[in-house]
Design a protein around this ligand. Structure first.
Ligand code: NAD
Ligand code: FE2
Length: 375
């Protein structure tokens, strides 16, 4: 079994300034970020980089249209290195900005244009979620062949950033809602990769379990001390999200992400929150359909971390998550009954890279059952 750890260099800095000095940021660097991240951490440094703010091109997660506009605004020959500083959305667009523009954005995502790296890429996450800083995926909202919007991952090892810099200090301005959504996303990466039947390896398991331990300890602190308890634990959350990224780079994500992508793509539910809406039910189905095997080990691990019995592990996990983020039925996001059928078809048509990692075979009937129970 091939064990890819991380392709790039992993660094940790106390401040953005320390990073900027070490990496000698200059005029041929493209700093792609958000203004509200730039202002508190970078503005006063007087950097000579080309600075571009994502929000100038629309709000929310990357879409085909947004990325097309960004490409049009930033000349391909105007920079040699991309410094992507932000959440998963920023890092995923940063990955695309590091490529040669071999076709349209649509062609890239539908594998009709080649992925050819052209610029160096430095990824600096300011949420504690996606692990995008170490992964080989860029996710965007695209239109499929029926004209419906969904989220699709462009996957290539050529997208992995050369340098990953963790600066946990930059998470201190992250508001509680995106913090909670991104931390739950990281937990789900750790769990999905741990349960991945064919691709989990000794390294993915090591990183996945460590990520679960760190995140659940953080959740316990927040459950006890309230949302501000996260502020003394940002280093651990940031490290855990990166570990979970390393785990799923290796072992892949699965059912939860596959089923969440049409939900996120259609109703613009934040990524971590749309995963969370499905996570508990997916685990329950796994437990019912295949109680022996990895799910039993997983419950043992959760019982070890949280206390309580193995039999109650999923229930205790759900109760702890509820203290972080309230679980809502899908209908509260706009999901309609007819989506059960349409989304199930979309999952099978567009998300095979994730479907194949499901802990139990993912049939259309099972997908529909899970959506119906979360509805
Ligand atoms: N490439 C991958 O491996 C991968 C994996 C999972 C998800 N994703 C993608 O990542 C995106 C989700 O990423 P996310 O959860 O990090 O959310 P995000 O990038 O959408 O950011 C969430 C919000 O927090 C704000 N924000 C980020 N950092 C901040 C800071 N330090 N201070 C103040 N505000 C801050 C952002 O501007 C945004 O409004 C989705 O598009 C998802 O599809 C990618
Ligand atoms: Fe995710």
């Amino acid at each position: 079994m091939k064990e890819i750890l991380i392709k790039g260099q992993l660094h940790k800095f106390q401040t953005f300034q320390a990073f900027a000095e070490e990496f000698q940021l200059g005029a041929r660097d493209l700093l792609f970020t958000n203004e509200f991240v730039y202002t508190p951490f970078m503005k006063e440094l007087g950097l000579s980089c080309q600075v571009v703010f994502q929000e100038k091109f629309g709000a929310g997660e990357p879409s085909e249209e947004m990325i097309t506009d960004i490409f049009a605004a930033i000349k391909e020959d105007s920079y040699d290195r991309v410094i992507a500083v932000g959440g998963g959305a920023i890092m995923d667009i940063g990955k695309l900005l590091s490529l040669k523009r071999t076709g349209t954005v649509h062609q890239l995502f539908f594998k009709e244009a080649e992925v050819v790296p052209a610029k160096k890429l430095v990824a600096i996450p300011t949420t504690c979620g996606t692990g995008s800083e170490v992964t080989n995926i860029s996710v965007a909202i695209v239109r499929d062949e029926n004209g419906d919007t969904t989220k699709l991952g462009l996957v290539s090892d050529l997208l992995i950033p050369q340098d990953v810099c963790l600066i946990p200090d930059m998470l201190k301005t992250l508001p509680y809602a995106p913090f909670a959504s991104s931390a739950i996303d990281a937990l789900i990466h750790a769990v999905e990769s741990y349960l991945s039947p064919a691709r989990a390896t000794m390294t993915s398991e090591l990183y996945g379990v460590k990520a679960m331990e760190l995140i659940l300890e953080g959740f316990r602190r927040i459950g006890e001390g309230g949302p501000d308890a996260r502020l003394d634990y940002l280093d651990e959350f940031s490290t855990a999200a990166c570990y979970a990224g390393i785990a799923f780079l290796q072992a892949g994500c699965a059912t939860v992400h596959a089923m969440s992508f049409p939900l996120g793509g259609t109703y613009h539910v934040p990524h971590g929150e749309s995963n969370y809406a499905l996570f508990g039910k997916v685990l329950e189905k796994y437990e019912v359909l295949k109680p022996e095997g990895k799910i039993a080990d997983f419950k043992k691990t959760i019982a070890r971390i949280l206390g309580g019995t193995e039999a109650d592990a999923l229930k205790n996990l759900a109760a702890l998550e509820e203290t972080i983020l309230h679980l809502k039925p899908l209908r509260e996001y706009g999901f309609k009954e007819e989506d059960i059928q349409v989304f199930a078809d979309s999952v099978l048509a567009n998300q095979q890279r994730l479907v194949t990692n499901s802990y139990v075979p993912l049939t259309k009937e099972l997908i529909q059952e899970i959506y119906a129970e979360c509805y």
